[in-house]
Design a protein around this ligand. Structure first.
Ligand code: SF4
Length: 273
C-alpha cells in the first residue's frame, strides 16, 4: 500500500438502501470508506462520498470500527421488515489491503453467519477473499462472490489499475473458491482490452460470467467515465477501438464460444441476487 491516510471512525449507519444500479438489492454495505486500489476508471471518485472527503481518491481509508456491532442491530431491524439482500460493496473494495489487519469485512461476515440475510453478493478484486472461505461456506447458497477480472492481460491491468491485485492472483482465487464449493462469478467490468484466450482461461474456473462496460455500468450512460478522461488511457496504447460499446459485444461473443448463453450475464443483470 502506498502512503494512505487511515482514519478510524464510528459509522452512524451501515446498511444503505439499494438504489440506481443496485435497485435489485434491498441494501448496500461498505465496510470502509475510500479504496486504496484507486482504479483509474473508478467513478466513485466523482460521487459525494469522495468529493466531500479530503485527499485524492485512493489515498485515504475510513475504517468503520463499529461496523459489526451496527450491522447486528440494523440487520435484525431490516429482517423484521422483510427480505434482505445485500450488495457488498458499492463504493469500496471490502478486501482491500487494510482488511488483512483490521478484519472489518470478516467481522461483518461473522455477524451474517449468525443472522443470515436472504442473499449477499461480495464484490471484490482481491485475492484476500480466500481467507474467509470458512465463513462463506457457512452462508452456503445465500452468498455469491463476484470477482472483478477486466482483462487477462497483466500489462493492461497495470496501465489502468496499477494499485489493484495481479490478474493471476484473482484467477487463482476463483479456482480456490470453486474447489471449496463457494458460488462465484468472474466479472469482466469494465471490459478492458484482452486476448482471444480470455474466455477459455475462465472456463474451468466459473459457471457464471458477467460482462459490463462504462456505457452501461457507470450509472450515467458513460458520462461519469468521460469526465474522468479515461479515453486518453486507451489512446496512449493505441487501443481506442476498445473504448466503445462494441468491445463489450466482442467479449460477449467470445464468451459464448465457451459458455452457454445462460451462463453469461450482461450489465446490471449480472450483479442481481
Ligand atoms: S476496487 Fe472498486 S471501489 Fe476500489 S478503486 Fe477500484 S473500482 Fe473503485
Amino acid at each position: 500500500m502506498t502512503q494512505s491516510e487511515i482514519l478510524y471512525k464510528n459509522a452512524k449507519t451501515l446498511l444503505n438502501k439499494g438504489t440506481g444500479l443496485l435497485s435489485g438489492y434491498t441494501h448496500s454495505l461498505n465496510p470502509y470508506g475510500g479504496c486504496v486500489f484507486g482504479c483509474s476508471y473508478c467513478y466513485v471518485r466523482e460521487m459525494p462520498v469522495a468529493l466531500f472527503h479530503e485527499g485524492e481518491w485512493g489515498s485515504w481509508i475510513d475504517v468503520k470500527q463499529n461496523a459489526a456491532e451496527l450491522l447486528r442491530k440494523e440487520l435484525r431491524r431490516a429482517k423484521a421488515k422483510g427480505k434482505v439482500t445485500i450488495f457488498m460493496s458499492s463504493s469500496t473494495d471490502p478486501y482491500q489491503p487494510i482488511e488483512y489487519k483490521e478484519q472489518i469485512t470478516r467481522s461483518l461476515l461473522e455477524a451474517m453467519v449468525e443472522d443470515p440475510p436472504d442473499f449477499l453478493l461480495v464484490q471484490t478484486r482481491s485475492p484476500l477473499v480466500r481467507r474467509d472461505i470458512d465463513l462463506l461456506l457457512k452462508l452456503g447458497e445465500r452468498v455469491r462472490v463476484s470477482m472483478t477480472i477486466e482483462t487477462d492481460r497483466e500489462d493492461i491491468r497495470k496501465h489502468f489499475t496499477p494499485g489493484a491485485p495481479p490478474i493471476a492472483a484473482r484467477l487463482e482465487t476463483l479456482r480456490l473458491l470453486a474447489e471449496a464449493g463457494v458460488a462465484a462469478q468472474a466479472t469482466i467490468a469494465p471490459v478492458l482490452p484482452s486476448t482471444e484466450q480470455f474466455a477459455e482461461l475462465l472456463r474451468p474456473l466459473v459457471h457464471r460470467v458477467c460482462v459490463d462496460d462504462y456505457f452501461m455500468g457507470d450509472g450515467s450512460g458513460g458520462r461519469r467515465t468521460r469526465k474522468l478522461g479515461i479515453r486518453s488511457l486507451y489512446e496512449e496504447l493505441g487501443l481506442e477501438d476498445w473504448y466503445s460499446p462494441a468491445a463489450n459485444q466482442i467479449i460477449y461473443d467470445r464468451l459464448l464460444q465457451v459458455f452457454s448463453a445462460e451462463q453469461v450475464y450482461v450489465g446490471q443483470r449480472g450483479f442481481e441476487p
